[in-house]
Write a protein that binds this ligand. Structure first.
Ligand SMILES: NC(=O)c1ccc[n+]([C@@H]2O[C@H](COP(=O)([O-])OP(=O)(O)OC[C@H]3O[C@@H](n4cnc5c(N)ncnc54)[C@H](O)[C@@H]3O)[C@@H](O)[C@H]2O)c1
Length: 308
């Protein structure tokens, strides 16, 4: 069943804005709550209602939740690296902000809460083999600790307050409109550096393995989580394929600046060695099938970054 009205927190950001466009296309009424700290007003389609506010501000949430059936909670400070240095401010938004949204959902009779979690909840894996949802949850960054705590709060509190919860563990998402920071989105960072004629900077030996998934596929899984009747609550959302940071750097250098070679710097604390999704559960229970091949859509990402 498609809901009448959805709230997308963080809907002015990268993944959120693509989700908003898709929900509007499905005939939903959409409200966005975003403080525009990273997101942009122009990312929000005019057909959506935009409430500019902070998820830590209960009045802003109450305003945004009026008449809403389903909440997609994506608002977050999205940086593993920044969370290592700034664990307190990470938790203020990512943990306390989420609890604030959850408590408001109970009072507003929300039907379903969909939480944007992360591969950062998993323990580091010595091998690049795909990890199922049963893999050990033992985050190695404060960002992952807060994401895992919120998954558990959402499931516990949702059952108590009367709404269903679905948790989506997004892997490395790429696509147009990725918010540029020096810390988030290795593809966007490498493309931006190469466009400026600078070498990609690889932390460590570059053999760390990632699962790059296109934002259209992430949005597809997220919308499926809204309509499913399955009661399973936690789903990996990735491509199911691993690629090393060296491989992605080589691919982007070859496309943009074959004369430039990546440079290596010491590795960063808090970053996973291997992070590849086993997507069997999302496939079987949500009917999720990632459709986008990185090689087919990377030029679109490059073109967007040229204009950004
Ligand atoms: N991009 C990825 O690869 C990835 C991977 C795993 C999980 N995620 C999760 O997906 C979600 C969306 O990430 P994204 O990549 O689109 O990031 P993003 O930074 O583009 O979007 C986050 C949005 O939240 C807003 N926001 C931040 N703090 C806020 C606050 N206190 N109150 C209201 N709004 C606030 C920002 O302005 C921004 O628009 C996040 O929860 C993130 O943790 C992303």
């Amino acid at each position: 069943m498609i809901p009448r009205a959805a709230l997308v927190t963080g809907g002015a950001g990268f993944i959120g804005s693509h989700l908003v466009a898709r929900l509007l296309g499905e005939g939903c009424q959409v409200t966005v709550l975003d403080d525009l700290s990273m997101g942009k007003r122009e990312n929000v389609p005019s057909a959506a209602r935009l409430v500019i506010g902070d998820v830590r501000d209960r009045e802003a949430i109450d305003d945004a939740l009026a008449g809403v059936d389903v909440v997609f909670h994506l608002a977050a400070r999205v940086s593993i690296r920044a969370s290592v240095a700034g664990f307190y401010s990470d938790a203020e938004t990512n943990l306390m902000g989420t609890l604030n949204v959850l408590s408001a959902c109970g009072e507003h009779h929300v039907r379903r809460f969909i939480y944007a979690s992360s591969m950062a909840v998993y323990a580091d894996s010595p091998q690049p083999t795909p990890l199922s949802e049963e893999y050990e949850p033992r985050p190695i960054s404060p960002y992952g600790v807060a994401k895992l705590a919120c998954e558990q709060y959402a499931q516990l509190v949702g059952a108590q307050l009367g709404f269903d919860t679905a948790v989506l563990r997004y892997f490395n998402t790429y696509g147009p409109r990725q918010t540029f920071t020096p810390y988030v989105g290795v593809i966007t960072i490498f493309v931006q550096r190469l466009l400026r004629g600078e070498p990609p900077l690889i932390y460590g030996d570059g053999n760390q393995c990632r699962d790059f998934v296109h934002v259209d596929d992430v949005v597809d899984a997220t919308v499926r989580a809204m309509t499913t009747n399955e009661r399973a609550t936690v789903f990996n959302v990735g491509s199911g394929q691993g690629m090393t940071v060296n491989q992605i750097a080589a691919l982007l250098c070859a496309r943009l600046r074959p004369d430039i070679k990546p440079e290596h710097l010491p590795e960063h604390p808090g970053e996973l060695r291997n992070s590849v999704a086993d997507i069997t559960r999302a496939n079987q229970q949500l009917g999720y099938r990632p459709r986008v091949r990185l090689e087919d859509r990377i030029d679109e990402v490059i073109a967007w970054n040229r204009g950004a």
